[in-house]
Design a protein around this ligand. Structure first.
Ligand code: MLT
Ligand code: ZN
Length: 473
């Protein structure tokens, strides 16, 4: 848009939202214009901080009238650049719309504003002995609107599903500024197209989620967490099968880290490795978690017995069982440190793929061979949610000196791993979405009716193409 049109839009937005609701100074905008990895950055016309759904609606209508593009933004914890502006959009930050609207302990639902952090929502639920079971390391910053717009996954998907499974109702500001009130706190609403599902995972390209009704679950009485060096990926899968049958309703997380990942953390964050006192050199490890609802020792005994059998069969070589909340936190701190530790080597390539669980060994073997063929001095940092078939097939340089070489190989590595995952019957983006990062893969691998349907939905709901351009499609 020409400068005078931008100035006019900013003037109107300021009239609607007040001076403190519109950030135009580059220094004020800066935090909203890049992601935490420093990987994606752009320039917005301005950043707006509406205080209510009505203010969002008013601002969207002003942008639509001016033909200005919009980037909806939550906590900026995403990994594919989906909430970061490219150039010349208006960023809508939802951070000031963060209230608890209501909580219904009997129906086990909560209605919240989209800007509430996941951590705050879980804390509200916990006051009623309930939980919002979405387990991601960034819960202190990630916002409800963002996890819905990206259909966030996480570490307990094998038990509780993706964010999509948690949403019963939505409130969305549509691209023309109208508000769709679909905030129904009921499990059953069989009235035609499940419209809320269209917005979940749409990455801000169809509208702005401003509120949601979320289905909660009873909070467990306690959580049991184990950290185990594992002999091989086949051994890990064999243990998974045993744990699923001995803890059918209790197993919530089954996380895998390959040996290179464990070595990376031990190197970059030696204090986290020391807290675990891992025996021997780095080997692949599992982080296993189960929930107990009985208040007795029954679940703990079953987990214990399953791990002892795993030790006897040689599947795992040790089993550390958290004896305190602090020890559980130490296990998870090790696991959640991986992304940050990768940043320490200067450049990291992120691939977030899923395959049928039985194909994971083939994915790891063939993927590692492909990477070795594309880029010498690169190391596959493979970890993730083995229990649901989702591996973060990341790649780091062997050392900081090789970061530039890896950067040059990134497109070829991404294409090869995407093709491999899709060829094995899986997905090139399991839980991180498409954003800016994986648009090429979407265009290449989902061409045909799938992409065509997406484009038709996009143009039906956003005919001006103003919502989050350059992302997803
Ligand atoms: C994780 O599970 O830690 C993230 O989804 C993966 C990542 O940061 O690459
Ligand atoms: Zn993940």
């Amino acid at each position: 848009m020409p400068d005078h049109a931008n100035d006019e839009l900013i003037r109107k937005l300021t009239t609607a939202l007040g001076k403190s609701g519109v950030l135009t100074d580059p220094a004020d905008r800066m935090a909203y214009e890049s992601d935490w990895r420093g990987r994606y950055a752009g320039n917005a016309i301005c950043v707006i901080l509406p205080r209510s759904t009505q203010e969002v609606a008013q601002a969207v209508a002003l942008c639509a009238a001016a033909g200005a593009s919009i980037v909806p933004q939550g906590g900026r914890t995403g990994l594919v650049g989906g909430a970061i502006p490219l150039a010349g959009e208006v960023v809508f930050s939802l951070e000031r719309i963060s209230a608890l609207r209501s909580i219904d302990p009997l129906g086990m639902t909560m209605a919240v504003d989209a800007g509430m952090t996941l951590g705050a929502a879980r804390a509200h639920a916990a006051r009623h002995q309930l939980d919002l079971p979405v387990l991601i390391g960034s819960e202190g910053s990630a916002q409800i609107g963002g996890i819905i717009a990206t259909n966030a996954g996480g570490s307990n998907v094998l038990r509780h599903g993706m964010t999509r499974q948690r949403v019963t109702g939505l409130e969305v500001v549509l691209p023309d500024g109208r508000v769709w009130d679909g905030m129904r706190p009921v499990a059953k609403d069989n009235t035609g197209y499940a419209l809320q599902q269209v917005f979940i995972g749409s990455e801000g390209t169809l509208g702005i989620v401003t509120g949601a009704v979320l289905q909660l679950v009873p909070a467990p009485k306690s959580v049991l967490t184990a950290f185990c060096p594992v002999a091989s990926i086949d051994a890990a899968l064999s243990l998974l099968v045993k744990l699923r049958s001995s803890l059918p309703d209790a197993l919530v997380a089954f996380e895998y880290m390959n040996a290179a990942t464990v070595a990376l953390i031990s190197d970059q964050r030696p204090e986290l490795a020391a807290a675990l006192a891992l025996p021997g050199g780095p080997s692949a490890c599992l982080l296993i978690e189960a929930e107990d609802f009985t208040g007795t020792e029954a679940t703990q005994d079953r987990l214990h017995d399953a791990l002892v059998s795993g030790l006897e069969r040689g599947e795992i070589t040790d089993a550390l069982l958290a004896q305190s909340v602090a020890q559980r936190e130490a296990f998870w701190a090790f696991r959640e440190a991986i992304s940050f530790a990768q940043n320490g080597l200067g450049h990291s390539v992120k691939n977030d793929v899923s395959v049928p669980i039985g194909s994971i060994p083939e994915l790891l073997t063939r993927g590692s061979a492909l990477i070795a063929g594309i880029c010498a001095d690169a190391q596959p940092i493979c970890y993730g949610h083995l229990g649901d078939g989702n591996i973060h097939f990341n790649v780091s340089p062997a050392s900081r000196d090789h970061a530039d070489a890896l950067r040059a190989c990134e497109p070829a590595i991404n294409a090869a791993l995407a093709d491999l995952a899709e060829g094995l019957g899986g997905s090139f983006s399991a839980e991180h979405g498409v954003g800016q990062a994986k648009r090429d893969s979407l265009a290449r691998l989902r061409a045909g009716p799938e992409l065509e349907m997406m484009r038709r939905i996009k143009s039906a709901l956003d005919p001006q193409g103003l919502m989050n351009p350059g992302k997803l499609l």
